[in-house]
Each structure stands twice: as C-alpha cells, then as structure tokens.
Design a protein around this ligand. Sequence first.
Ligand code: C2E
Ligand code: MG
Ligand code: MG
Ligand code: MG
Length: 286
Amino acid sequence: AAKEDGRNSYRIYSADLHQHTQERAGLALELRHALERGELALHYQAKVALDNDEVVGVEALLRWHHPERGDISPVQFIPIAEDNGLIIPIGEWVMETACQQLVAWQAQGLPPLALAVNLSPRQFNHPDLHKHISDVLARTDFAANLLELEITESLVMQNPERAIELMTQIKRMGVRFAIDDFGTGYSSLGQLRHYPIDTLKIDRAFIRDLASSKEDQAISKAIISMGKTLGLTVVAEGVENARQLAFLRDNYCDQIQGFFYHRPCCADEFVSWYRATGFPANVIST
Ligand code: C2E
Ligand code: MG
Ligand code: MG
Ligand code: MG
C-alpha cells in the first residue's frame, strides 16, 4: 500500500508540477504583452523618518493588473521576467515611470521625495545599467541624489569585485544603494562594509514578531546599531503596528516603511494620503 501511495502522490505531484509549469509558460507569454497593453503599474509606499516623523521618500513597487487573472503579485511574475529577460525592458519602464512621477509630484507642490527602485540580479548584471540610469535621469530631469537602488546582499556577494566597481561608478552620478531584505542572506555586516552602500533595510521577517520575540528584538537592535556604526541609514520594512514602531523608535532606527502608515497605493492615492495626513505625519501620535 505504501508503494501505491507513493506512486499516487508522485502522480499528483507531477500533475501539479505540470500545471505549474504550464501556468508559468502562459504567464511568461502574457507578460510579453503586458507592458505594451498598459497592464503594468506602479504603486508607491512611504518611507518615514523617525526623528521628525516626516515622509522622506517612497519605494516604487510594480503591479500587474491582468485582464482575466486579476492582480498578479510581483513575487510571482518578477522571477518569470528575470528568467526570460523581460525584466530588462520592464525594469527600464519602472525606473523611467517612477522618476517621471516624482518630478510630476514636485510640480504639484510636494517636497522633493527620495525614490527607491528595486533591481533584480539580471538588471544589476546587465552591461548597460549605468548608461540606462544616466539616460533616465537625463530624460526625466530627476535629481540623481534622490534615486536609491535596492539590491539584495546575495546579489552583491556573487561577484564582489564587479559589484563594488559597478556600484562605485553608478554612485559617481550621485545615485545611492540600499541593501534590501537584510538579514535573510548569508552575509554579515562585516562583509558589507566593503561595499559602497548607503542604506540597510531590515527584512520584514525580523519585524513581524518584534513586539513579542526577544530574539527578533536582539537581531533588529544589532542590525540597527551596527548599521549606524558603519554610517548607514537603517530602514525597517513591514511595520504594521504601534508596538513595532515604538521598539524601532526607542532603538534609533532611522526610517520605517509599512502598512502601519499605509499600504502601497497608486500615485493619485498616495498624493491624497500625503496631503490628508499632513506632515510631519500626525498619524504616528498613537
Ligand atoms: P521588497 O522590495 O522587499 O518590497 C517590500 C514588500 O513588502 C512589498 O511587496 C510591499 O508591498 C510589502 N510590504 C510593505 N509593507 C508591508 C507590511 O507592513 N506588511 C507586509 N506584510 N508587507 C509589506 P510587493 O509589492 O508584493 O513586492 C514584493 C517584491 O517584489 C519586492 O520586495 C521586490 O523584491 C519585488 N519587486 C517589486 N517591484 C519591483 C520592481 O519594480 N522591480 C524588481 N526588480 N523587483 C520588484
Ligand atoms: Mg525593496
Ligand atoms: Mg525588502
Ligand atoms: Mg522582499
């Protein structure tokens, strides 16, 4: 019976896998058209500085509104775009659209906000990255020193010499770098000190149970203090409640991002939220 069970579960497993593979292939095809058909959009989420409770910037987050399947998460389609190379034109669209949006917000009277854009490995490894960034900055007239590129620790660890050289070149334009999801990879801050990074984003996984987990408290505290010792701006992502916020504030984390302030939203909604909240952000006085 055990043998039969095993075979059955294998069959089920392979049927699932087959379906999964087909679904992925389907999405890959549709993603090709998504850009042209205007199905991609950007959402924005505020970064709030804890010393004065001001919104200092936003992170641009990609969204795919599929006509039949509905909204598809970037967690699902970014890896597909990364595999088939579509991440290159999509990533260019993201950077250009986001820079344009921030320039437009300034024209509407918002203060100059910093813009964080995520870069996946294939984008970071693309030989034209430097040129592409300088072209976008020139075309949109967005200030280079307001642009921050978010990359992961595992990415820069793959080829340290190249990463450091590339980052140094790009930084000459004034652009900054952040390490996203910090703490989930295998690097230490000791290794990261060799990289020309400006910002460290503590992964959401350490923030989730911050109110109750002594371990997560210790880890977050250590990341904040070591990051600051290295002269980095430390940002906590995934802040959802006042207790997490209080802990981060008490431990001098520089900035936070999270549903506690607002969920990432489209450009118009962001402006309404920003104006309604009034800044310094009065939502925080809880
Ligand atoms: P990320 O860069 O670490 O982005 C943060 C993710 O956390 C976003 O998910 C955001 O919606 C979510 N988040 C923010 N605050 C909270 C909170 O308080 N609680 C919880 N549970 N989640 C929160 P999203 O938008 O689904 O993006 C997922 C990932 O997809 C991003 O992680 C990033 O790695 C990737 N991604 C998104 N947009 C782009 C893009 O334009 N280019 C590339 N290459 N990757 C992107
Ligand atoms: Mg990010
Ligand atoms: Mg992150
Ligand atoms: Mg992430």
